[in-house]
Design a protein around this ligand. Sequence first.
Ligand code: PEP
Ligand code: MN
Length: 369
Amino acid sequence: MKDHEESLAALRGEIDEINEQLLALIQQRGELVLEIARVKQAGGLEGPDPEREADILRRLTAHADGPFGASAIRDIFKAILRASLDIQEEARHALMRVYASDLVPAGGILVGDVAIGAGVPVIMAGPCSIESREQMEEVATLVAALPGLRILRGGAYKPRTNPYTFQGLREEGLDILQETARRHGLRTVTEVLDTSTLDAVAAHTDMLQVGARNMYNTELLKAIGRLRKPVLLKRGFMATIEELLLSAEYILAEGNENVVLCERGIRTFERATRNTLDISAVALLKKETSLPVIVDLSHALGRKDIMLPCARAALAAGADGLMFETHPRPERALSDGLQQLDPTEFHHMMVGLGLAAEPVSSTAQGARP
Ligand code: PEP
Ligand code: MN
C-alpha cells in the first residue's frame, strides 16, 4: 500500500512539473502571438490567417501517435488557437480609442448644456425635414415645453433615396433651425451630408449628425474628427456593430472624442417595420464601449403604433436617449410622414415614458391641427 502511495505521489509530481512546463510554453507562445499581431499591424496586414491555422492542425495531427489520438490533439490545439485569437483581439482593442473605458467624462458628452450619457435620458425630437419657419416654430414650442434634457432635430440636407423627392431647404433650413432653436433656448442636431458643406452645417448646429447612408464615408468621418463638435453617428442599414465602432474610431482617431452612437434599425427580411430595431446592439454597444447610445425609433420602425413599447425596450437595454421625428401635421410632411408623431402623440409618448406629466399640456393641445 505504501509503495503504491509513493509511486502515485511521484507520478503526480511529474505531472505537476509537466503542467508547469506546458504553462510556461503556452505563455511563451502567447508572447509570440502578440508579437505577430504587432508585426501584422505595423505592416497593415489583416488579422487571422485560417489557412495557416488549418496547416498547423494538419501537421500536429499527422503524427499524433501517443495516447492522445488525432481528434484529441485537434481539440487541444484548436482551444489554444482560439485563445490566441482572443488575446490578439484584446491587444488590437487596447490600441483603439473606441474601446477605452475613459472616453466619456462622468458628466457625459456635452451638447451645450445637455449632457448625453450622464444617467438622464435625452430626447432628440423634431421633424424629419425642416420645411418652414412656422413648422419649426410649432415643433420647437412643443419640444421646449418638455422638462428634462432635449435637443431639437430637423434635416436641412436630406439624403433621400429617390432623387425626385424633397431634398431639403439646405442653407435656408440651417438658418431656420438655428434661429428657432435660439429663440426657444434649445440645442440642435442636424445631418451633414458631405465635406463640402461641413463647415456651414457645423457653424449652424450644436451637434452634427452622420446619417446611416454616410456611416462608411471615411473622408467625412475624418473631417468631423478634426472638429471638436459633438457628433451623432448613425449605424448604416447593413452595418455590423463592429463596423459602427470602426466608423466611430475614424472620428476618435482624429481627436474628436464627442461621439454619440445611434441605433436606427437595420435592414432585414422583415417588412412589417421599416427596419428591424436591433435592441441587442444597444446592450452590446453599452458593453463594448463607453460612448453613449441613442435609439432612433422613427427610422427603426417607420410606424407609430408600436413605438412606445419599443422606446421602453431601448431605455431598458441601456440607451442614453431616444430620437423621435415629430411634425405639427405629419400627413402633410414632405418626408417620412407615416412615422412622425403629431404633437398629441408626441406628448403621449413622453407621458408613457414618464418624461412628461399628465394631463396633456395646453401647449401640446394647442398645437394640434
Ligand atoms: C434622419 O435622421 O433624418 C435620417 C435620414 O436618418 P437615417 O440616416 O438613420 O436614415
Ligand atoms: Mn426621416
